[in-house]
Design a binder for this molecule. Structure first.
Ligand code: AMP
Ligand code: MN
Ligand code: MN
Ligand code: MN
Length: 294
């Protein structure tokens, strides 16, 4: 069985919480054997033009404009991938500005809450770690490691920032419906990211998928690091029953995260692969391997 899929439809750069600049991400992906790459930064399109330019300089590299939108569904935070979007769609302007404001306000609130628990004020450090990019909890995790408050970013999430912890500050993210609407208006495909990472039962997941479809959405991510063979099988079945497209990606953030690598996720093939819609003209072997009837 091949180690690499030849494509990767879920990755991050310094435009959000990734550690590689968009150009470096594209080159690393290419070096790893990826020939179709989507950049899907959290709540920003800022890295796309640089990544697309870098990809255009590499022979046989296909680039997909993407985004990972934070949104709310029944009071729970969901990540929605928009793949194959037109980044110049005018509706992105106000929407992204709103997300940027929400993230900045939330960062201030995270810092305040941590101070109340006796930690130093980490806002300036987190902002500096975010640089020009969209600020998020990983930038606080990094600040905690740098100040030796914790040993690893994972420990920062386990103790302070993860689900239910003091730094897990709620924000009024846009609804799933509006995120799907935006992606569709921008000509993209709307895909639920890493469905098993929300700690939902499959009954709840089916309800989420029903609401995705009702909003005009397209598919689910079925393969990503951490998905179990059983979950991969169940997600493929769910997609088949609901007539959804399927997608996959590494959710790559940094070479330091040794459990992820560009182009690497559990292998599978599916007739309803989103690659069919994203690259309809493709004739390359990896593409056929991915979209073949399973
Ligand atoms: P935010 O978008 O600011 O809410 O941060 C979410 C990001 O933090 C995710 O995209 C991951 O990169 C990272 N993250 C979330 N939960 C964890 C966790 N439990 N451990 C490590 N990283 C996490
Ligand atoms: Mn992230
Ligand atoms: Mn995510
Ligand atoms: Mn992601």
């Amino acid at each position: 069985m091949k180690q690499l899929a030849g494509y990767d439809l879920h990755t991050h750069s310094t435009a959000s919480d990734g550690s590689l600049e968009p150009e470096a991400l594209v080159r690393e992906a290419y070096a790893a054997g990826v020939r179709c790459l989507a950049l899907t930064d959290h709540d920003t399109l800022a890295g796309l033009s640089r990544a697309r330019q870098a990809a255009s300089e590499l022979d046989g590299m296909h680039f997909i404009d993407g985004v990972e939108l934070t949104c709310l569904w029944n009071g729970r935070v969901i990540h929605l991938l928009g793949l194959g979007i037109d980044p110049d769609f005018a509706g992105f302007g106000g929407y992204m500005e709103q997300l940027n404001n929400l993230r900045n306000e939330r960062a201030e609130e995270i810092a305040r809450k941590l101070v109340k628990k006796g930690l130093p004020d980490l806002l300036a450090d987190a902002r500096s770690n975010a640089g020009q990019g969209q600020i998020g909890r990983p930038h606080f995790a990094q600040a905690m490691v740098e100040r030796r408050l914790v040993l690893t970013p994972q420990q920062a999430f386990d103790n302070w920032l993860g689900q239910g912890k003091v730094g897990d500050v709620k924000a009024c993210w846009p609804t799933l419906e509006s995120a799907v609407g935006l992606v569709k208006q921008a000509g993209g495909f709307a895909v639920i990211a890493h469905p098993t990472k929300y700690n939902f039962t499959f009954t709840r997941l089916r309800a989420l998928v029903d609401d995705l479809l009702a909003a005009g959405g397209d598919g689910v991510e079925v393969s990503y690091p951490g998905v179990t063979p059983n979950h991969l099988r169940d997600l493929l079945l769910l997609a088949k029953r609901k007539v959804l497209s399927v997608s996959a990606g590494s959710d790559f953030h940094s070479p330091e995260q040794r459990w992820t690598a560009l182009g690497r996720f559990p292998p599978f093939s599916a007739a309803a692969h989103l690659l069919r819609s994203l690259l309809p003209e493709c004739t390359e072997e990896w593409w056929y391997d991915a979209v073949a009837n399973a």
